[in-house]
Design a protein around this ligand. Structure first.
Ligand code: C2E
Ligand code: MG
Ligand code: MG
Ligand code: MG
Length: 291
């Protein structure tokens, strides 16, 4: 039985390669038309200030509903879009969409301080007009630069130190905030934290997951929080799923959290409902908890 199972497995594995290659090929092609076919949407995940119970920020997360294949994970198609360069128009569309949406929430729900975080890819950072593009969208959408945060990864920070520094300084002068996403998982030199205008470190969810049971993860998380505070930066824990993780992070003095415990990434429509609900709670002085 084991033998036949093994053989089936082997055959499946073989055809798996072909399927995978074909799928990648299809995805790559479809990516070129996805924007005009309006297959993308921006979802939003709240970031909560745990000491006040308020939603302070929404992270914009791209979603792709392929006409034939259904929902494709960003972890699959973003790297592909980076390779083909399609991330340039797609990334610009995400930024514009997120800024329009946030401006709408600020006005319609009377939450003028609500901010939005948008992920930037390495490829976008190599575009000479990135700063102009951001500025143009802020003017167009009338969103205050202080309400926009751009998330970059350590890889971006390291790819060309001088160029990155210039770009980040320009964005900082404009009033836009910068955060380092997935902090602790990439190649980093701590020197860039000192030399670059960075406002926030986001602790990667891989450190948060086993926080309660893995002493190494607890040590790393503790160190990142201390580092952020020592450098006068905010720190956000990603991937907070359980009450215990929330409790431990709060003891460690991590003020901002994001994760399924509060809400997953949801459509703009659902996020509007969530923000409305949260506003009602705020009136009652109740903290934001599980949505
Ligand atoms: P990220 O920026 O680190 O985003 C956080 C990811 O963790 C999101 O996955 C989110 O849905 C997921 N997440 C949130 N809370 C939890 C939790 O409690 N538990 C677990 N297990 N996961 C949680 P998503 O939406 O699949 O995005 C994956 C990655 O794709 C993002 O990681 C980001 O690097 C990239 N991405 C997404 N949208 C964009 C975009 O518009 N532009 C660029 N350049 N990259 C994007
Ligand atoms: Mg992010
Ligand atoms: Mg990321
Ligand atoms: Mg992350």
């Amino acid at each position: 039985r084991a033998k036949s199972q093994g053989r089936n497995k082997y055959q499946f594995y073989n055809s798996g390669i072909t399927t995978q290659t074909t799928e990648l090929f299809i995805l790559e092609n479809s990516l070129y038309y996805a924007l005009e076919k309006e297959e993308f949407s921006v979802y939003y995940q709240p970031q909560v200030n745990i000491t006040t119970g308020k939603i302070t920020k929404m992270e914009a997360l791209l979603r792709w509903e392929h006409s034939g294949l259904g929902a494709i994970s960003p972890t699959k198609f973003i790297p592909l879009a980076e390779e083909t360069g399609q991330i340039i128009p797609i990334g610009e569309w995400v930024l514009r969409t997120a800024c329009i949406q946030t401006k709408y929430w600020q006005k319609a729900l009377a939450i003028p301080s609500l901010s939005v975080a948008v992920n930037l890819s390495a490829r976008q950072f190599q575009q000479p007009n990135l700063v102009d593009m951001v500025q143009q969208i802020l003017i167009e959408t009338e969103l205050a630069p202080e309400c926009l945060e751009l998330e970059i990864t350590e890889g971006i920070a390291m790819q060309n130190m001088n160029l990155t520094k210039d770009i980040l300084n320009d964005l900082h002068r404009m009033g836009v905030s910068i955060s380092i996403d997935d902090f602790g998982t990439g190649y980093c030199s701590l020197a860039y934290l000192k030399n670059f205008p960075i406002h926030t470190l986001k602790i990667d969810k891989s450190f948060v997951r086993d926080l309660a049971t893995n002493t190494h993860d607890a040590a790393i998380t503790t160190a990142i929080i201390a580092l952020a505070h020592g450098l006068n930066m905010n720190v956000v824990a990603e991937g907070v799923e359980t009450e215990e993780q929330r409790r431990l992070l709060q003891i460690l003095d991590c003020k901002f959290m994001q994760g399924f415990l509060f809400s997953s990434a949801i459509s703009a429509e659902d996020a509007t409902k969530l923000l409305r609900k949260y506003k009602r709670r705020k009136v009652n002085n109740q903290p934001f908890l599980v949505a």
